[in-house]
Design a protein around this ligand. Structure first.
Ligand SMILES: [Zn+2]
Length: 410
């Protein structure tokens, strides 16, 4: 072949490849600390509003089921880990900011993602080191020594650059973290990344509901603007489609706004802003939990969560079909009464039952299918006299996925 012909063929081949290449999907999630829903709705946040216009703004909640087995403290690291694992504290076991003994059997979005796509890039930009070293558990044997491709964190240990007696040192760190994230996104385009910003909570603790706290929220909004512009830059100039989820880890007490950790409405009341275009309208009226963000990101990035783990997730994707809600179960007289709200009236449901919790220690539970019913019935009873136990795990399976519920027999 003549050299010219080869060159022409090569060029045509490149063009064909460019045209055929699907757009790469990327995800960024951001936790901005300790901003109750009423505050985010009151303070001007033009960047969040812009993002919500392309996607959605939702009121949301943290804290698991109030007074139920999944009740979860409205404390920072507890909330972050609910986002990362899609489970409440009864599973992930991070009860406070000490992060004493996370249960790594409940894997983070980073592990699911890296298992499936070892060559894709992950990154953390954070004003708190523990997010990477303890919650994600980088390098630990329990997490199969997961390694992120990039991190920008631990500045809080640099007391020379960021003297802790300065009231704004956390803000200075947040600024560094955001600028590092925006610049890394523009240049290196990580596939899955997490930005964590702390200053809002710091001001909330110091001043409670006050102009200083609201100013911190405005500063946060400007930081989100920079991240959003970096994403826009990638989408304009490269074959990439991005999604961003922004949320907070807890609200604040109603009295002064200084504290959090309890189960009051305002401490539990949070929000989610996303650019995702296909949020199910169900969630605009029925506030999602922080645990719903992880499956949403997994769905966007085509992460296939294995069935055994899906049966454990407490969240469902905000962008998928919602076929069922409000699964509940009670025990009396050797019978389980299981109820739910059927949204998809045509679907069939399978009910699975296990009396063990081997999953908690890395094992497998032996689920039995105990019933198959039309979802529309909304209620069924299961005679469990054959399976006497102080503990039941119930899984409701529909064509859309799984929903689970524990029963602890008193
Ligand atoms: Zn917090």
């Amino acid at each position: 072949m003549k050299r010219l012909t080869i060159l022409v063929l090569l060029f045509a081949g490149i063009l064909f490849n460019l045209a055929a290449q699907p757009r790469q999907k990327k995800a960024l999630f951001v936790i901005v600390d300790g901003i109750p829903a009423d505050v985010i709705e009151k303070v001007e946040t033009p960047a969040l509003d812009t993002i919500a216009k392309t996607g959605a703004y939702m009121r949301a909640y943290v804290g698991g089921e109030k007074d139920g087995y999944s009740q979860t403290p409205t404390i920072s690291a507890v909330g972050y880990n609910s986002l990362l694992t899609g489970t409440w504290v009864n599973k992930h076991n991070v009860w406070d900011n000490d992060i004493a003994a996370p249960n790594y059997s409940y894997e983070t979005i980073f592990r699911f993602f890296k298992n499936q796509y070892p060559d894709k890039k992950t990154a953390i930009f954070s004003t708190w080191l523990d997010n990477r070293t303890k919650l994600v558990g980088e390098g630990l044997p329990q997490t199969d020594a997961i390694k992120l491709d990039y991190h920008y964190d631990s500045l809080e240990y640099d007391t020379i650059r960021f003297p802790h007696d300065s009231e704004s040192y956390i803000h200075m760190i947040d600024e560094e973290v955001v600028n590092a994230a925006a610049s890394y996104i523009r240049k290196e385009t990580p596939d899955l990344s997490w930005v964590y910003l702390e200053y809002t909570d710091d001001m909330g603790h110091r001043y409670g509901d006050s102009e200083k706290f609201y100013d911190a929220v405005k500063m946060m909004d400007d930081q989100i603007r920079r991240l959003w512009e970096a994403i826009q830059f990638r989408q304009r100039n490269f074959e990439e489609d991005w999604v961003i989820y922004i949320t907070t880890d807890h609200g604040r007490g109603a009295e002064t706004g200084k504290n959090h950790g309890g189960q009051s409405d305002r401490e539990r009341s949070t929000w989610i802003v996303t650019s995702a275009k296909n949020v199910n309208p169900w969630f605009l009226k029925n506030p999602p939990g922080i645990v719903d963000i992880m499956p949403s990101i997994a769905s966007w990035l085509d992460v296939k969560i294995p069935t055994e783990q899906l049966k454990e997730l407490d969240g469902i994707s905000l962008t998928g079909k919602v076929s069922v809600a409000g699964l509940n179960a009670t025990y009396a007289d050797k019978k389980l009464t299981i109820t739910w709200k059927a949204i998809d009236k045509k679907a069939q449901a399978k009910i699975w039952l296990a009396t063990t919790n081997e999953f908690k220690t890395g094992g497998r539970d032996n689920y039995q299918m105990v019933k198959q019913v039309p979802l529309s019935v909304g209620k069924t009873t299961v005679d469990v006299s054959k399976w006497p136990s102080g503990f039941y795990k119930i899984v409701l399976e529909t064509p859309q996925g799984f929903m689970n519920r524990w029963v602890i027999v008193k």
